[in-house]
Structures are given as C-alpha cells and as structure tokens.
Write a protein that binds this ligand. Structure first.
Ligand code: ADE
Ligand code: ZN
Length: 347
C-alpha cells in the first residue's frame, strides 16, 4: 500500500532526508578509508605511501573514469594489514553511518586485494565481523558482509577465494562482483556464481555502471543476482527497464560516485528520477564515500537539491532500501514502520 507523504517545503527537505531511517546497500568498506586513517595505518604498519601528506593524497582524488579511481583505491587499501586495521576502518564507517541514520547496512569487501599482499582471509573477515557485531551494540547499526570477487581477475581466482572464505561462511551473507567493468562481463563468472548460489549465498553484481545494458541482462539471467549495483545504464534499454520494474530488481544507485567517475556530467543530469518514475526499485548509497566527497546523506541531499526530487520520492527510496535488503520479513516491517513514523512525525 502506498503511503502518501504530505508535501514538505524545499527548505525542510534536507532535515527529513537526514532524519529518515535508511539502509545502505552499496558501500565498499575499503572505500570508507579517509586519508587521515590511511596515513595513521601506514604509520602503524610501517607502510610507505607515495604522498607527502593527507592534503596531497586528497588532491589526487580527481578521477576521469572508474579505472582511474580503482588504481588509487587499491593503493589506499594496501595500508590494511591486521585484524585491528580492518576493525578500525569498519568502526569509523559505522560511527558516520549512525549519524546519517543508517540503521542497516550490507558492506562489500574485496578480499583479493588483501590476500594478494599476504593478508589472510581470516584476518580480513575477523576484523570486519567483530566491527559488525560491535556496531549493533555501540551505535545501533545492524551490519552484515558481502564478499566481492574482483572481475579483472580470473574465474579460477574467484573459485580459490571462495574456498578460502568457506571456513567463515557464517559471517558472510552474500557474494558480489566489482572492479573494472568494461571487458569483464558478468558471464565470465557464471560457474563460480552458480556454485555460490548452491551454497545459499545471496547474489549481487555491479553492472551497468560504465558497462552496457547487456551486462545487466547477463547479471540477471546468467549470474541470477537479486540486486544490481549501479545499473544506471539500464535507462538506455526500454525492454530492460520493463524487466527491472516487473521483477522489482533493486538498483543500488550511487549518485556522487557517478558524478566523480564522470558517468554523468553533473548531478542535475542524473537519471535517478527517471528510474524511480519508471517504477524501478532504486536506492541511494555512497559506494566509496571517502573518495567521492560524501556519505549517504550527502548523496541524498545533493541529489535531491540538483534534481528536485520530492518527499514522496524520499519515502520511496527509504522503503526500497529496506525492501531490497537481505533481512527477514519481520525486520523489514519494523524498519518500514520506523520510516513511516518518521514521515508522520515530520509533517
Ligand atoms: N570497487 C569499489 N568501488 C567500485 C565501483 N564503483 N565500481 C566497481 N568496483 C568498485
Ligand atoms: Zn560499488
């Protein structure tokens, strides 16, 4: 049943966007490493980074496309060595998420970028999992983990990564696919995703960020994912838009990421409104907030300001975020009730 939201004056909309409870479903935990923490961890671990200071590192964050970002993102992640490093990184994100009224989040992590440097899967998962457990009691954020395969690597390497993760299977709710998209279509990982499906993992994949609508089709039909990460290129294919709307496949959209990686020339040109108005289950997320200039509420506020989205759109985005999450039906109902109560109290 649709909840009709009373109109909210434009100058009050940012308060509503800040206050509304929300789930964040597209958030790479390594993308939350702020330059200050990169330098602190580099010092703690005796790692050298090729920037003189925090300002010099931050000023290198001028990206022209996805690959130009990934090069610096993997370099930043190289300061992570111990379980405590992973804990500290995730804890810092949870504190910020709580301030944005994120009540539930499903975090991506990229183990292959760490295991390639000799950091064990156990170290990575242990630190992140401990931080997830503490997030609930320390800041009231419910959190779980989605392990991503790097799509620029081979399917064989993805299988090896899956093997390494199986002892920690109870700490991982899902499997994702990320890294450089163009030239690495979803079907490259058909067999390993089929195995993950047999093992009972939830499945998601980045598709249609820079890559064509064809990659969204194969993520759905070959990998059989439950959500598409980004998916903004889907608006180039009318039949795909109908499919996504009909099957209520959620798109985890990241507007500031799309802006910083030059997917759209400016936020006013972003197609979030088009996706929502076509009946797609779009959500708003931050992707790699330390690199893209904002956490999830910055994404909401800047996108609403640039595109003129309404309080009704805000409610839909909040509800989509809970409905698309991998929590049980009772938890979805509880969060959606909190969302409705927030909107009622606001008017
Ligand atoms: N890894 C971290 N952020 C990513 C993005 N936006 N696309 C693909 N891989 C990523
Ligand atoms: Zn992403």
């Amino acid at each position: 049943m649709t909840f009709f939201v009373k109109p909210v004056a434009p100058d009050r909309l940012p308060d509503l966007l800040r206050q509304m409870p929300k789930a964040e479903l597209h958030m790479h935990i390594e993308g939350s490493l702020e330059p200050e923490l990169i330098f602190a961890l580099a010092q703690r671990n005796g790692v050298t980074i090729p920037y003189a200071n925090v300002e010099a590192l931050r000023s290198a964050y001028a990206f022209t496309n996805l690959q130009s970002f990934l090069d610096i993102y993997y370099a930043g992640a190289s300061v992570l060595r111990t379980s405590q490093d992973f804990y500290d990184m995730a804890h810092a994100y949870f504190v910020k998420a709580a301030l944005d009224n994120v009540v539930h989040t499903e975090l991506f992590f990229d183990p292959q970028t760490h295991t390639a440097r000799g950091v064990s899967m156990e170290t990575v998962v242990d630190g992140l999992h401990r931080a997830c457990v503490d997030a609930q009691k320390d800041v009231g954020v419910n959190a779980s983990l989605i392990m991503c395969f790097l799509r620029h690597l081979s399917e064989e390497e993805a299988f090896e990564t899956l093997e390494q993760a199986l002892p920690f299977r109870d700490k991982i709710i899902g499997i994702g696919l990320d890294s450089g998209e163009i030239g690495n279509p979803p079907e490259k990982f058909a067999r390993v995703f089929a195995r993950c499906r047999e093992l009972g993992f939830h499945l998601v994949a980045h598709a249609g960020e820079e890559g064509p609508p064809a990659y969204v089709w194969t993520a759905l039909d070959v990998l059989k994912v439950e959500r598409i990460d980004h998916g903004v290129q889907s608006s180039k294919d009318a039949a795909l838009m109908q499919r996504l709307a009909k099957d209520r496949i959620a798109l985890t959209v990241c507007p500031l990421s799309n802006l910083k990686l030059c997917v759209f020339p400016d936020l006013a040109s972003h197609n979030l409104r088009q996706l929502l108005d076509a009946g797609l289950a779009a959500t708003v997320n931050s992707d790699d907030p330390a690199y893209f200039g904002g956490y999830v509420n910055d994404n909401f506020m800047q996108t609403f300001a640039a595109t003129g989205l309404s309080a009704q759109h805000a409610y839909t985005l909040g509800k989509n975020s809970f409905d698309a999450s991998f929590i049980d039906a009772a938890a979805k109902r509880r969060y959606n009730d909190q969302l409705t109560a927030c909107f009622e109290a606001f008017s």
